[in-house]
Design a protein around this ligand. Structure first.
Ligand code: HPA
Length: 246
């Protein structure tokens, strides 16, 4: 059974080095996932891969069917999910190109389908979210990254914003005061949905740009894409090292 899944974000719609053995469209109770799930081998292990924004990068953050994606991966047999997220850097250490493995998050998103526990016949359930990311998977990522010689930060509070627009500098100042280090549009409800289905989920967040008002001038998509392109080599190294360990 394939146990390890990777959800690719902006800059990671395909995985170099992945030997593809098939693609599977999984029907879910929640509608269509972002695409068929790719099955393949990386570092000699079977893995599943799903690009969050679709294979053509056509689904914006607020329109991703997070419930379908997480449900499809669960049905395909995933136990571990490593989510790759492009983010803006809020604090001084989170410069463009930095890789962070966040340990906390704050959810600022709204009007997204954010739970499998909608009451009715299944009753009322409340998951514990003290550690929003799976600690054992985070620790394995940290260990694998250190052994592989990848430079990264092993902490970070992720602010999940609604998008698709980027933030104002005043909003970034507020996130900073709230204690957030990085900001992205896709971290939630993905992490909570994974927890609801008892999947061990962690994020590899890649700083694509300094957040609004924290760098020079305006933020361009070109800058974001360029930074992600060069940082993805290290992300792949980290993922491969982890997969060998799992
Ligand atoms: N803000 C929100 N999401 C992002 C950013 C940002 O600055 N950069 C990449 N994803």
């Amino acid at each position: 059974m394939t146990r390890i899944a990777i959800i690719g974000g902006t800059g990671l719609t395909s995985l170099a080095g992945l030997e593809i053995s098939g693609k599977e469209t999984v029907e879910t109770l929640y509608g269509e996932a972002s695409g068929p799930i790719t099955q393949g081998h990386l570092s000699g292990k079977e893995i599943l891969f799903l690009p969050r924004h679709g294979y053509a990068h056509s689904i914006p953050p607020h329109k991703v069917n997070y419930r379908a994606n997480i449900s499809a991966l669960k049905q395909a047999g995933a136990e571990y999910i490593i989510a790759v997220n492009a983010v803006g850097g809020i604090t001084a250490e989170m410069q463009a190109g930095v890789i962070a493995i966040p340990d906390q998050l704050i959810d600022y998103t709204w009007s997204r389908e954010h739970t499998f526990f909608d009451g009715g016949e299944s009753g009322v359930e409340h998951i514990d979210f003290t550690h929003p990311y799976c600690e054992s998977l985070r620790n394995k990522l940290i260990q694998a990254g250190q052994q592989a010689g990848v430079v990264f930060l092993d902490y970070g509070t992720y602010a999940a914003t609604q998008g698709p627009r980027l933030e104002t500098p005043a909003e970034i100042n507020r996130l900073d005061r709230d204690g957030c280090h990085i900001v992205g549009m896709t971290g939630m409800p993905e992490a909570a949905l994974a927890r609801e289905l008892e999947l061990c989920y962690a994020s590899v967040s890649v700083v694509a740009n300094m957040a609004a008002g924290r760098g020079e001038g305006e933020i361009t998509m070109q800058e974001i894409e360029q930074t992600l392109l060069s940082a993805m080599a290290d992300v792949r190294k980290l993922l491969e090292a982890l997969i060998e360990e799992l």
